[in-house]
Design a protein around this ligand. Structure first.
Ligand code: 4NP
Length: 156
């Protein structure tokens, strides 16, 4: 069976979704589960750029190098290439719903819906705040990543 493919989507693909991708890869590796993971932004302003230096720093704090990631804008084709598309906040989810093909293969939902008790919540954009906002982002996306991987392990 092909590896399950997950796409994490925020607005710029430089702060939150790079961390969600990294946390998910780490959680899957910890559990010994093979996955495909990528991230993208609903906007394309930062396409080709490395993650924000504050995201790079938080990932490094957790032993993960995300400097090889490059931002890109989500495409309609992503809805057929991925099994799951996880939106980091409700606005991203609404924007994704707007461009989703009718016969999309991907299951589209809010990332924090994966965490019991956190349904409907946003991973707030830390872009305009201080570095502590990025620690919070990490904690939220790692909690969701652990749940997503738990679900994969249970259905394996
Ligand atoms: P992200 O954060 O969606 O978590 O990558 C943002 C980064 C840049 C901008 C917005 C959000 N921006 O408008 O440039």
């Amino acid at each position: 069976m092909a590896e399950p493919a997950f796409l994490f989507v925020c607005l710029g693909n430089i702060c939150r979704s790079p961390l969600a991708e990294a946390a998910f890869r780490a959680a899957a590796a910890d559990a010994g589960v093979a996955v495909v993971a990528d991230s993208a932004g609903t906007g394309g302003w930062h396409a080709g750029e490395q993650p924000d230096r504050r995201s790079i720093a938080v990932a490094a704090k957790h032993g993960i190098d995300i400097t090889g990631q490059r931002a890109r804008q989500v495409t309609r084709e992503d809805f057929d290439r991925f099994d799951h598309i996880l939106a980091l906040d409700p606005q991203n989810l609404a924007d994704l719903r707007r461009i989703a093909p009718k016969d999309a293969r991907a299951r589209l939902r809010l990332l924090l819906d994966a965490v019991p008790g956190w349904e409907g919540r946003a991973v707030d954009d830390p872009y305009y705040g201080g570095p502590e906002g990025f620690d919070r982002t990490w904690d939220e996306v790692r909690a969701a990543a652990d749940r997503l991987v738990e679900d994969l392990v249970q259905t394996r």
